[in-house]
Design a protein around this ligand. Structure first.
Ligand SMILES: Nc1ncnc2c1ncn2[C@@H]1O[C@H](COP(=O)(O)OP(=O)(O)OP(=O)(O)O)[C@@H](O)[C@H]1O
Ligand SMILES: [Mg+2]
Length: 254
């Protein structure tokens, strides 16, 4: 019998370098993410976290190793198949969402979906409004990008990245530009997203933010040097989870 929870994403021995003389920015990284799992990635600046996210999501190529997503090898895909996989099954949230200034919030959220399926504008808009409700920005659809706060803009970016019902959401410091209260609210949104079965892989520098995930991978010098499973800590106060994370952060010099 197959196990009930399958791996959604598995990489083995990923190697990435940016020049022949340079050391490997990713140095034989292996990891897996289960369907619906919420994993954080932490590590010092320059340890390779963003590079890992770009590699796992097929946004950048690697020099060695394999990435299996949903049973398929990303490196063996033709450009079109890779683009389709990314468009249909993956979402991305960056520290600063790049929304177009000449469109309002709603139009930004639906833009890509409408472009690929113009006849379905009505259903797409309905979906966007449902997501905006989930993210707490339902009333802001008609606002200009310049008329909303950083936290609201990030919520809009998250809605946009969920329009294709991704199986996995990659987030690179999604709360890095936000104050701690707003960051906590964004984490509540991620909690909702994760609850309905979307896997999340999130880079963060913040122990409190990372404490909301199920598992943390710690990177240093292009390697995963430690793993912390948090479900064992879930019964405890947030404070004790954060203490444990900070202990490891000190250990590896974050
Ligand atoms: N396009 C590139 N060309 C050359 N070197 C690069 C490139 N992108 C990243 N690097 C190098 O790879 C290393 C890892 O970078 P990366 O952006 O993955 O780090 P990070 O862990 O995300 O850091 P931070 O926490 O500061 O965002 C760094 O030494 C960086 O200078
Ligand atoms: Mg980075």
């Amino acid at each position: 019998m197959a196990t009930t929870v399958q791996n959604l994403l598995t990489c083995e021995n990923l190697v990435k370098s940016f020049g022949q003389e340079e050391h490997n920015v990713l140095d034989r990284v292996s990891l897996s993410v289960k369907n619906g799992e919420f994993v954080s990635v932490m590590g010092p600046s320059g340890s390779g976290k963003s590079t890992l996210m770009y590699a796992l999501s097929g946004m950048d190529t690697v020099n060695g190793g394999t990435i299996l997503f949903d049973g398929k090898d990303l490196s063996k895909m033709k450009d079109k198949e890779l683009a389709d996989t990314r468009r249909n099954a993956m979402g991305f949230v960056f520290q600063q969402p790049s929304l177009l200034r000449n469109l309002n919030i709603l139009d930004n959220i639906i833009l890509i979906a409408v472009r690929s399926d113009p006849k379905n504008r009505k259903a797409i808009t309905k979906k966007a409004i449902d997501l905006m409700e989930m993210a707490g920005i339902a009333s802001l659809g008609q606002r200009e990008v310049s008329q909303v706060s950083g936290g609201q803009l990030q919520r809009a970016g998250i809605c946009r990245s969920l329009m294709n019902n991704p199986k996995i959401l990659f987030c690179d410091e999604p709360t890095g530009a936000l104050n701690s209260k707003t960051a906590g609210e964004i984490m509540d949104v991620f909690g909702e997203i994760n609850k309905v079965g979307t896997a999340i892989v999130m880079v963060t520098h913040d122990a409190k933010i990372a404490s909301r995930s199920e598992r943390i991978l710690f990177m240093s010098d292009g390697k995963i040097v430690k793993e912390l499973k948090l479900f064992g800590y879930y019964g405890r106060e947030e404070e004790s989870r954060v203490d444990k994370i900070m202990e490891i952060m000190r250990e590896i010099g974050i």
